[in-house]
Ligand binder design. Structure first.
Ligand SMILES: *[C@@H]1O[C@H](CO)[C@@H](O)[C@H](O)[C@H]1NC(C)=O
Length: 343
């Protein structure tokens, strides 16, 4: 199912209480085609969200791109695992409604994706509301180089991601689940804002580098994905403190989680078998690697059920020749490949 259809599904069928659904509601509709109409009609949006939706269509479109980028990254990071961040509606919609590590990751990466695409759009000059960040010049450089070029205005992307994704109705404010979602959204945004890097360029006669100018840029989104995946691995299970005001780890021998850590309250299922309530589709039919002891190996992937192998014939271009000038001529070769799948 393509992402558009997936969002459309959420828009029409899910009565999801999650804050993120604020975003899904907005982007999940034919909004991209008719933003005005949807912004006016959509009662699920809070005042602030409706404002952004109406006045800042371009930003909402960038948020949609951010969500897409986030899901692609999630699928990359989890490709060899039992839960592979599939957007199949039966799974993804459930994952969003629970409160497991997987939920935490999806929220964080989505919030990060929105920071990333909105900020990038500012730097490219495709939004009216923002441009490159010009305040960076005030921060001193070490004399070896000078600030110059376009600095990514991450604070703008951060602010928009927060405005749009953290919005919630007041009555839910004290709710544990809401607290955790807001925390994980923030962890995602920080995974970009706190890891800005510097790119530089040399000027001067060839190779002399007499003058070097540098600009601040966001980390690659792949690095952000990897960082959040590490946070997923070390996520903290929490409950609410007795006074109901803060989140505490269940095991108080563990050091308290920081703002950049991911939090959850619910143990994940093992994702071996289909379990509807938990968004697990099971691993039957998943491809695996026969002799590997890793996560992608059949032993772990198939949860001890074993696997089957089938031979398929594949046709590929081969023995390609470059003919002057400019043609490439290939032959078609047929080979037999073995596909291994979990029972
Ligand atoms: C992800 O997992 C689902 C369900 O287990 C499976 O149907 C799908 O093909 C998997 N996707 C990839 C890219 O392996």
């Amino acid at each position: 199912m393509n992402i558009q259809a997936f969002y459309a599904f959420l828009y029409f069928y899910l009565m999801c209480p999650a804050d993120i659904i604020g975003l899904w509601w907005a982007v999940g509709s034919p909004l991209v085609l008719e933003p005005n109409k949807i912004c006016r009609k959509n009662r699920k949006l809070s005042g602030k969200q409706r404002y952004i939706c109406r006045r800042e269509k371009e930003i909402v479109e960038e948020a949609v791109n951010g969500a897409r980028l986030a899901i692609a990254e999630c699928q990359y990071q989890f490709q060899t695992r039992r839960w592979n961040c599939t957007t199949a509606r039966k799974s993804f919609a459930r994952i969003l409604r629970r409160d497991t590590r997987e939920t935490a990751f999806v929220y964080a990466i989505t919030a990060a994706g929105v920071v990333y695409t909105v900020t990038r759009a500012c730097s490219r000059g495709s939004l009216l509301q923002c441009t490159c960040d010009n305040n960076v010049r005030d921060i001193t450089s070490d004399g070896e180089w000078e600030w110059g070029g376009c600095h990514d205005d991450v604070d703008f992307g951060y602010m928009k991601s927060k405005e749009f994704m953290d919005d919630r109705r007041k009555k839910k404010k004290g709710d544990l689940r809401t607290k955790i979602r807001l925390h994980n959204n923030e962890a995602g945004r920080l995974a970009i804002r706190e890891y800005m890097t510097r790119d530089c360029k040399c000027h001067g006669l060839s190779g002399t580098c007499a003058l070097r100018t540098c600009w601040r840029r966001m980390p690659n989104f792949r690095d952000t994905g990897t960082r959040l995946k590490d946070k997923f691995d070390g996520a903290s299970k929490v409950t609410i403190s007795n006074d109901g005001r803060s989140l505490v780890t269940e095991d108080d021998t563990i050091k308290p989680p920081s703002k950049e850590d991911l939090l959850y309250t619910e143990q994940s299922p093992n994702f071996c078998k289909p379990r509807k309530r938990y968004g697990s589709l099971g691993t039957q039919g998943r491809q695996c690697v026969p002799d590997s002891m890793g996560l992608e190996g059949c032993t772990l992937m198939c949860c001890g059920r074993g696997y089957t192998q089938t031979q398929v014939t594949v046709q590929e271009n081969c023995k390609c020749q470059f003919i002057w000038c400019c043609q490439v001529i290939c032959k078609t070769c047929t080979s037999i490949k073995t596909i291994t799948r979990c029972l």
